[in-house]
Design a protein around this ligand. Sequence first.
Ligand SMILES: NC(=O)c1ccc[n+]([C@@H]2O[C@H](COP(=O)([O-])OP(=O)(O)OC[C@H]3O[C@@H](n4cnc5c(N)ncnc54)[C@H](O)[C@@H]3O)[C@@H](O)[C@H]2O)c1
Length: 273
Amino acid sequence: MANNLLQGKRGIIFGALDENSIAWKTALRVHEEGGTFVLTNAPVAMRLGKISELAKACNSEVIPADATSLEDLENLYQKASEILGGKIDFILHSIGMSPNVRKGKDYGDLSYEFFLKTLDVSALSFHKVMQVAEKLDIMNEWGSIVALSYIAAQRVFPDYSDMAQAKATLESIARSYGYRFAKSKKVRVNTISQSPTKTTAGTGISGFDVFYDYAEIMSPLGNASGGACADYIVSLFSDLTRMVTMQNLMHDGGFSSTGITEELVEKLRKMNG
Ligand SMILES: NC(=O)c1ccc[n+]([C@@H]2O[C@H](COP(=O)([O-])OP(=O)(O)OC[C@H]3O[C@@H](n4cnc5c(N)ncnc54)[C@H](O)[C@@H]3O)[C@@H](O)[C@H]2O)c1
C-alpha cells in the first residue's frame, strides 16, 4: 500500500524496542513510503532490544540517546543531520515508562522519586526533544512532530497509575510547544491517543489483558492495532495534514465516543442470568 507519501522526507524515530513496538511498525511504514530516518533508543534498551535488525530492514542507522538527557539529544541531532544530509521533517516520540507501575506500587503508596522519573521519561522528554531541536534549528518548515498518548489522560483507569499524569502533561506540552513551533517554524505538533496495544510498555500495566478486552468490546471498530497507528502516523508526517496541529487525536476505533455497546449489554445480561 505504498504511495510515496514521505518521499524526500527525513526524520528521527524514538522508541523501537522490538517488533511489537508502535515505533517499530512506524519505522517499517515510513520506510515503505519513501522516508529516510535515524532510529534511536535509550542505551539500555539498545542492549536488550533488537533495533539493529530494524535498522537493517530500513536501511537506517541507530544512534543511542536517553531522551531525558539534553547532551544525548544534542549529540543525536548533530549526528542525525550529518547522516541524513541536512535538516529533518519529522520526529516520532514513542517513549513511556513508569517505575511505579513496573514495581507494582499502589496509587496511594507511590514513590515520589519514581513519580518524577515517570514524568521525566514519559512527558518532559517530549519537551526536551522539541526544545533541543528548536535550539539547534534542525526542523524544516512544515515539519511534523508526533508523540503517543493514552485516554487515561482524561479518564481514570486505576492501574495506569502515575502514567495518567504523565500523559496529561505530554498532551499539554504538545499544545504549548505546538503553538510556539507553529509560530517560529510552521512545524506542527500532535499527540495520538492510541487504543491499548500489545507491546512491552502496554502489557507492563497490570490488568492490561482486561482493559484490552474491555476496549475491544467498547470500540465500534474494535481496538486500533499498532499497524493502524503506524499508518496514522505516516499521514501526520505527510503533506496531507499540514494544518493539523496542537491536537490530541483519538485513534481508538471509536472508544472515546462510545457510552456502551450492544456486546457489553449482552455480556452483562448473561452475567445477571
Ligand atoms: N501499548 C499501549 O497499549 C499504548 C497505548 C497508548 C499509548 N501508548 C504509548 O505508545 C508509546 C510507545 O510504547 P509501546 O506501546 O510501543 O511500547 P514499547 O515498550 O515498545 O516502547 C516504549 C519505548 O520507550 C523507550 N524508552 C524508555 N525510556 C526511555 C528513555 N529514557 N529514553 C529513550 N527511550 C526510552 C523504551 O526503550 C521503548 O523502546 C508510549 O508512549 C506508550 O505510553 C501505548
